[in-house]
Ligand binder design. Structure first.
Ligand code: 48F
Length: 263
């Protein structure tokens, strides 16, 4: 006879609730919250969690990866320019070198690259909180020190439901990795605390380096990365290539780690 009890509905429900709430409770005070689980945010999550920092990724969608599932124009081949192929090497993503390009251009399958990047962030120990829509910042003593969040479907409810209050997670540093929308930075701009320039037309040659160079602490406690940095600092949009996004995530993690360690 089987010595184990049959799992029934209550056991399955208990497993889900206990595991989720346990993880959630242990992250309500975290070192870093990354808002947005696209390529820049996921690289930052991988690096920060690998450094032993308590890292949360808030993602409004049910899947992570943002724009990294497609290369451009509904075609699922992603390109990176040198030196970002080294990140493909770290992730174990197979790629091809495009011939006769002086500085190096590499092409890979988007599903392979995106899933391996998500996996790397999970394996490093980041707490991956999908279906959570960033709603606002926690702002104290002139610093961003947390993120207000709600379930995505709740955020999308028509106002017929009067109010479902969100909850907040405290942190030492928030990274805005929400792409073109730069939603965290915009929550400060709406209050006149920062001035956002908006991104410019496409200029791939300049934009990749510019995004990495401008990845920075925009406001005390808030680092901006990826396309959010382009929106904040008036940079050209990238075009369908991802090296700058990945390198920007690496830099954002370094800046965030310095902020965390200094507090
Ligand atoms: O847009 P996204 O992929 O940002 P990224 O890391 O990369 C940009 C490229 O994909 C592409 C490009 C290539 O060069 O220019 O656009 O800068 O990922 C942004 C993530 O943020 C999530 C969104 O669902 C996506 O997964 N996001 C957006 N708003 C919110 C959010 C929000 N309010 N709360 C939580 N997540």
């Amino acid at each position: 006879m089987n010595q184990f009890a049959q799992a029934t509905e209550k056991d399955i429900t208990r497993s889900i609730v206990e595991e989720f709430l346990g993880d959630f409770l242990s992250h309500i005070e975290s070192d870093v919250i990354i808002v947005g689980g696209g390529p820049s945010g996921l690289v930052a999550a991988r690096d920060l969690a690998s450094s032993g920092l308590k890292t949360v990724v808030l993602e409004s969608n049910n899947y992570f990866g943002g724009g990294f599932w497609l290369g451009g124009y509904l075609m699922n081949k992603v390109t990176v320019r040198a030196p970002a192929q080294k990140i493909f090497d770290q992730l174990g993503v197979p790629y091809k070198e495009v011939p006769d390009i002086k500085e190096g251009l590499y092409v890979a399958d988007a599903p392979s690259a995106c899933s391996k990047l998500i996996s790397a962030a999970c394996d490093a120990g980041a707490f991956m909180l999908n279906m959570n829509k960033f709603d606002d910042v926690v702002l104290r003593d002139g610093r961003v020190c947390g993120a207000v969040t709600n379930w995505t479907p709740v955020s999308a409810l028509p106002r017929a439901i009067t109010c479902v209050d969100p909850v907040a997670i405290e942190t030492k540093c928030v990274i805005d990795a929400t792409g073109h929308d730069a939603v965290v930075a915009n929550s400060l701009a709406d209050r006149g605390l920062v001035d956002l320039k908006g991104f410019l037309g496409m200029d791939v040659d300049n934009s990749e380096d510019a995004v990495v160079n401008n990845t920075s602490e925009l406001f005390p406690g808030l680092v901006v990365t990826g396309m959010a940095a382009a929106t904040c600092f008036g940079l050209s949009r990238m075009g369908p290539t991802f090296g700058g996004m990945l390198e920007s995530g690496v830099k954002a993690a370094k800046i965030a780690e310095e902020i965390v360690r200094s507090r």
